[in-house]
Design a protein around this ligand. Structure first.
Ligand code: ZN
Length: 131
């Protein structure tokens, strides 16, 4: 199997073999490796993006894997603690629950925290007595 860096422009034109080669591995897809999650090659982490069955090419994207991820609190974005990817569609989720990271497939538990802010316009000042 060839592991190559995911490139959307080459994927659209079905030229997976032109993507930048990371390494040729002696492993079989769906036998030694299931689709989803991460692969670490020579100490570098990647998330799995696509597998081309005909050409035996696994397209990956470099990612900063945080295996010992900790809770992210009061973040303005829905960020995966494992891969750092941001879910821009998080507003579609219920207020709290469990979900999967759309990028790496890790399981996540979340809670939406709503903060209240005020906009205040001056309208009319109260009477002022100057002596
Ligand atoms: Zn993730």
């Amino acid at each position: 199997m060839e592991v190559r860096i995911w490139d959307i422009s080459l994927a659209i034109t079905d030229k997976h073999e032109e993507m930048e080669l990371v390494k040729t591995l002696d492993i079989k897809m769906y036998k030694d490796l299931d689709f989803g999650g991460f692969i670490v090659i020579d100490g570098k982490s990647y998330r799995l993006c696509m597998y081309d069955n005909k050409k035996d090419i696994l397209a990956v994207e470099p990612v900063k894997l945080n295996e010992e991820a900790e809770e992210i609190e009061y973040n303005s974005e829905f960020e995966c603690p494992y891969c750092g990817s941001v879910n821009d569609d998080a507003w579609e989720l219920d207020d709290e629950g469990e979900t999967y990271c759309g990028s790496c497939g890790s399981e996540l538990e979340y809670e939406r925290v709503v903060t209240i802010e005020y906009n205040i316009k001056p309208k009319k000042c109260a009477p002022i007595t100057r002596v």
